[in-house]
Ligand binder design. Structure first.
Ligand SMILES: Cc1ncc(COP(=O)(O)O)c(C=O)c1O
Length: 406
């Protein structure tokens, strides 16, 4: 007879990942009761017919026999060479193939990096609204300190707030310069100011660039690591978004710039990769064909391309809903609108979205899921085709015509 209870480990107590949280649970319950739910909670390309480039799939089919075994723990050399060459073209400095690591998606590498980098009490600066895995993982191994990304400045990092938050324990700063959930694109002067702070306070810069090719209009895609040689950079990217292959779980982390101060950290990352016996092989096999081949993502993001059209339509429809305002996304796959909490008496963003889900069968993510402290924001994925997107935003408009939170 057991008298003990197995609880969740204490280190997980304050972590969350609400993109797949309680709202999704409620959606699954509704699906069991035969409701059709439109899931706009996650940037998953496949359910919306955004498929990977055909030549990548053909290349994989021809090379499938090579994907049955464990790979080198840092990743297969052909893939790492293609990644190295990609970042040579983007003008990163001090690149070395030995300092490039492939993992099971950026998600996996965030954990590996935080585990190898942070001791208890070490602080890492993370911008809010955040991609919540960063906050959760930093909390697991060290201490997260949030800095503000300011909606009034197109969601750019508030440099003064970053400076205010630095303490003797600050070890690094995380940026998502092509941002989820806000769609901000960080311009060169902001990136340079972040570098200046890192230089002054001896910080490492972690740049999660998974949307670096999903940029609209004429906004520039600049890798922060191309702007200095004397600061340590870790750049993260992968196949999930631009190459529409989230299911193959393939991402990479690239050390550049002042790598000579990080030999111990890099060794730690290598040891963790060794312990994992290498990343998922199918994803690695197609990296070379992804990075070297035709970049069909630009057909989707250009004027008239599918993603561009969906972004424009969604933005127009959102702007027509009384009580909703939104900074137009310049990158990525999401709207992060503001809702007038007084007008709708909203005290809880999660409750608002729960009520919307139950009445209109559309699943969205609350701002709380991105560690946003007020209940006045939520995220909408704009991956659906225009008809479906129009329908979803029409349902939001109808709902808000009568909604008042109890
Ligand atoms: C900013 C950001 N980083 C990382 C990830 C996860 O990437 P991956 O699929 O490579 O694990 C996502 C997924 O949405 C993301 O938005």
């Amino acid at each position: 007879m057991y008298t003990r209870i197995f609880s969740k480990a204490k280190r997980l107590e304050n972590t969350n990942y609400d993109i797949r949280g309680p709202l999704l649970e409620e959606a699954e319950n509704l699906i069991k009761q035969n409701h059709k739910i439109l899931k706009l909670n996650i940037g998953n390309t496949a359910p919306f017919d955004l498929l990977p480039p055909e030549e990548m799939v053909l290349f994989f089919q021809k090379n499938i026999l090579k994907s049955f075994g464990y790979t080198e723990s840092k990743g297969i050399p052909e893939a790492r060479l293609a990644i190295l060459q990609n970042y040579q073209r983007r003008r990163l400095t001090n690149l070395n193939i030995e300092n490039i690591f492939i993992g099971n998606g950026v998600s996996d590498l965030i954990e590996i990096i935080c585990k190898a980098f942070l001791n208890k009490g070490d602080e890492l600066l993370v911008g809010i609204p955040d991609y919540p895995l960063w906050t959760s993982t930093v909390k697991t191994f060290g201490k997260v300190v949030h800095y503000l990304c300011d909606e009034n400045s197109s969601w750019l990092p508030d440099i003064r707030d970053i400076k205010r938050k630095i303490t003797p324990k600050t070890k690094g700063i995380v940026i998502i310069p092509f941002n989820n959930p806000t769609g901000a694109v960080y311009p060169k002067d902001i990136l340079e100011q972040i570098i200046k702070i890192a230089r002054e306070h001896q910080l490492a810069i972690f740049s999660d660039e998974i949307y670096d090719k999903i940029i609209y209009d004429t906004h520039e895609s600049i890798s922060i690591a191309s702007l200095a040689e004397d600061v340590l950079f870790v750049t993260l990217n992968g196949l999930s978004k631009a190459y529409r292959l989230p299911g193959w779980r393939c991402g990479w982390a690239v050390f550049s710039g002042k790598t000579d101060i990080a030999t111990g950290f890099i060794q730690g990352v290598k040891e963790l990769c060794d312990q994992k016996l290498g990343a998922n092989a199918p994803g690695q096999i197609v990296v070379q064909s992804a990075l070297g081949g035709y970049q069909s993502i630009f057909d989707l993001t250009k004027v008239g391309g599918r993603l561009h059209t969906q972004r424009d339509l969604g933005y127009k429809l959102l702007s027509q809903i009384p009580g909703i305002s939104c900074v137009k996304p310049k990158s990525a796959l999401y709207f992060f609108p503001k809702i007038d909490v007084k007008k709708f008496n909203i005290k809880s963003d999660e409750q608002f979205l729960l009520d919307f889900l139950k009445e209109k069968q559309v699943l969205l993510t609350a701002g709380k899921g991105f560690n946003w402290p007020q209940p006045d924001h939520f995220r909408i994925v704009f991956l659906p085709h225009v008809d479906e997107l129009k329908d979803a935003l029409g349902r939001l408009k109808d709902f808000l015509e009568h909604y008042k939170q109890k």
